[in-house]
Design a protein around this ligand. Structure first.
Ligand SMILES: Nc1ncnc2c1ncn2[C@@H]1O[C@H](COP(=O)(O)OP(=O)(O)OP(=O)(O)O)[C@@H](O)[C@H]1O
Ligand SMILES: [Mg+2]
Length: 253
């Protein structure tokens, strides 16, 4: 199993008036989009490398980003990973917000940047809506996104309906890589319900915060076969083994 560490991030905004996406509306911690040359963005490249090694591409991959409990950094990790994969330019990448209890993809990408119309919940409830109608291209990042909203209906029933699986099957045909932001594993059954359609899980834990016991329970529930690796998120400079070497290295080049 691979372990990737991400440092706590304070990113500087980079603006480009030519781009269709309003970069000022992106969460400044989306370093894969805003600061691709940074140390922080390199941590997501390492995650991409680890993921590609663990999950060779003989067809498209569907990767879920999850965590034992809420607030560990799933959404930021998922978007930064998707951005890193999309940067290569060879892969068609789709990001799906399947955390129906706390959808937040639209918020971090900026409401002005993503489809304000239909999303995942709408397409689950109305079979006439296709994946194409709910996937929103994020230009010029070579990435499409499916956002979500908090539903009135029971999230378990929505995900168990089979329609979510159909949409993901369609996504496999159209994209090389699908990154799914999911709810945390322990407080709700939703993440486990998705397992049938997921090729591999990346588990995000908050460095120095997530109790080891909860991580062990998460491993046991998801089963080791599908766990691609662990991300220690929000690691401080002090805890980062390579951070100071990296800075010394990049300042000389
Ligand atoms: N690498 C990071 N650097 C700095 N802050 C971070 C980092 N990762 C997460 N955070 C902070 O933690 C908060 C939670 O992050 P995020 O929304 O990605 O977590 P989550 O696991 O998706 O949460 P939820 O379970 O509520 O969906 C963010 O608002 C952000 O402030
Ligand atoms: Mg989230």
């Amino acid at each position: 199993m691979d372990v990737v560490r991400t440092k706590s991030m304070t990113a500087t905004l980079v603006t480009d008036s030519e781009a269709a996406t309003d970069r000022e509306d992106l969460d400044p911690r989306l370093v894969s989009f805003l600061k691709p040359e940074s140390f922080e963005a390199d941590q997501y490249r390492m995650l991409r490398y680890a993921m590609e090694r663990a999950c060779p591409s003989d067809g498209s991959r569907v990767i879920a980003i999850t965590s034992p409990i809420s607030g560990d950094g799933k959404t930021l990790t998922a978007v930064n990973l998707a951005g890193t994969i999309a940067r290569g330019g060879q892969s068609r990448v789709l990001m799906v917000d399947a955390d129906l209890r706390r959808p937040s993809l639209a918020k971090v990408l900026g409401h002005s940047n993503v489809h304000r119309g239909w999303g995942l919940v709408d397409a689950i409830l109305d079979r006439r809506l296709s994946l194409e109608q709910i996937a929103w291209p994020l230009q010029p990042f070579n990435l499409s996104v499916v956002t979500s909203r908090r539903p009135q209906a029971d999230t378990y029933e929505l995900l168990a309906s089979g329609r979510f699986g159909e949409l993901l099957r369609d996504a496999r045909q159209r994209y090389d890589c699908v990154v799914v932001d999911t709810p945390p594993v322990l407080p709700a059954p939703d993440s486990r319900l998705l397992a049938e359609w997921i090729d591999g899980y990346v588990i995000v834990v908050a460095a120095d915060k997530t109790p080891r016991k909860l991580l062990e329970e998460t491993f046991a529930l998801l089963g080791p076969a599908k766990i691609l690796g662990l991300v220690f998120n929000r690691e401080s400079y002090k805890g980062s083994r390579y951070g100071r070497y990296y800075y010394a290295y990049s300042s000389r080049s």
